[in-house]
Design a binder for this molecule. Sequence first.
Ligand SMILES: Cc1cc2nc3c(=O)[nH]c(=O)nc-3n(C[C@H](O)[C@H](O)[C@H](O)COP(=O)(O)O)c2cc1C
Length: 499
Amino acid sequence: MTESFTQHYHQRTKYNPETLAQKSTGLDWSLQPSPYKEYKIGASFDLKLYLQQEARSQTDQWWKRLSLFLLCSYGLTAKISTTVAPLYLRAAPSAGGLYPAEVYLISRGRGLLPPGLYNYQPRDHSLIHFWESDVWSALQAACFQHPAIEHTELALVTTAVFFRSAWRYQDRAYRRICLDTGHLLGNLELSGSINGFRPCLIGGFHDQAMDELLYLDREREGTITVLPLLDLEDHLPASEDFPTALPSPTVTDFPDLPDQQLLSHCHAVTSMSEYLPPPEPNPVADKYNFPFCLKVSTLGPPISWENNAFLDGLEDAILQRRSTRSYTSGNLSFDQLLALLDFTYQPQNYIDTGLDEGPDYFDLSLIQTFIAVSGIDGLEEGCYHYSPAIQELRQIRFKNFRRELHYLCLGQELGRDAAVTIFHTANLQQSIERYGDRAYRYLHLDAGHLGQRLNLAATRLGVGVSGIAGFFDDQVNEVLGIPPDEAVLYITTLGQPQN
Ligand SMILES: Cc1cc2nc3c(=O)[nH]c(=O)nc-3n(C[C@H](O)[C@H](O)[C@H](O)COP(=O)(O)O)c2cc1C
């Protein structure tokens, strides 16, 4: 098959040791965009109010659930003093702390939120009602009459303001924007479970119609995901069969673009303007079940998320999560590794605690997991393929990779000192055959979502964790023995945090 644009984009935005130094330009700090969106008009709904006070009525209870849901998704959770202005960190991690995502709510107007459009304002934890007319049928049309929207009164939309991230990461920023949003999707899924909302993931929508519905400036920003919210307090039907991913066309005829134009073109070619039916479910192929290698079962007990009451340990983990800035290079226990894998890849083990047994992803059958073990008690060092279906690690290389990991992660010590490093990869060709160029969004969003579950499991276990989206792409495959047709999407490092 001829190369599609997203394959070209992926190739062009790879880091490699020869070109990285030439490409890296100094940052112009005066151009750093604000991570907040401002609206000149609109009524403000204060959500802080409901965080402290006890909910005495059903109405208060609903507002409290919505307030906590948004706080635990993308709210401000830490303040760092700097010589200029304080820097606020959020519930979801973000590459470089640039927060390209925006969160909107669309209300049908049948419940407590009047109809129209709302933007979530993390700075003062409020909603700004910037458009007061009913847009529900326009939302349904933009989402090709997705069945979940019929069952809901409220939909959440995530968008991206591209330059917030491109300012620092140039063309490669599109990858990070989707990974960041994937982390946000992880929070939405889990804080939804805590607060009685079930987000239904929609990745296939008419991009232009959604952008116009939200009054986005299409040159600078775009819709990334739409999530109608089932209110679990209303006992609405489960969402088993709602499709999450639709295909777009595959673009193989594209101009020879200079650097700095790849990101916007990537967003454009992964856009959709017509409904194409979803592909048949992929039979889960056990592609990397190599014969004669060391195989280790990963079956282990699930993580407990309770402190004093139902799921409050998960809420604490979301609010307390931080990316670890350095590791001691000490080992993690084998049980810690099992618990991290169990929570991330085996959601069915958490149904008794009230978590979603089948949270929405776009298509996890496309994503592979490779794990570099540098310091796990009782587990031989090397690189393993992890099969979530069989719950087994299969060793593909024997070696201590610390020195190489340091190099592959662009010299970041996090790579060298982590006890274990998890790589999410995908075969781009096969993914594009299923979903056209839109696959590129789905893969990075799903990888970020898995990354957020890893982050929260690590936080609960007292294990240090940090994502890494900057790496020498091809060298990762070569050094670790990951098959060359697997494109590396994202890295999560885990280890003993340095205090
Ligand atoms: C997609 C993604 C990529 C990241 N890449 C790196 C990285 O290469 N190096 C690093 O030290 N931290 C990385 N981080 C962590 C961010 O720097 C961190 O999330 C941000 O500073 C906010 O801090 P917090 O996670 O503690 O809230 C990454 C985070 C995400 C979500």
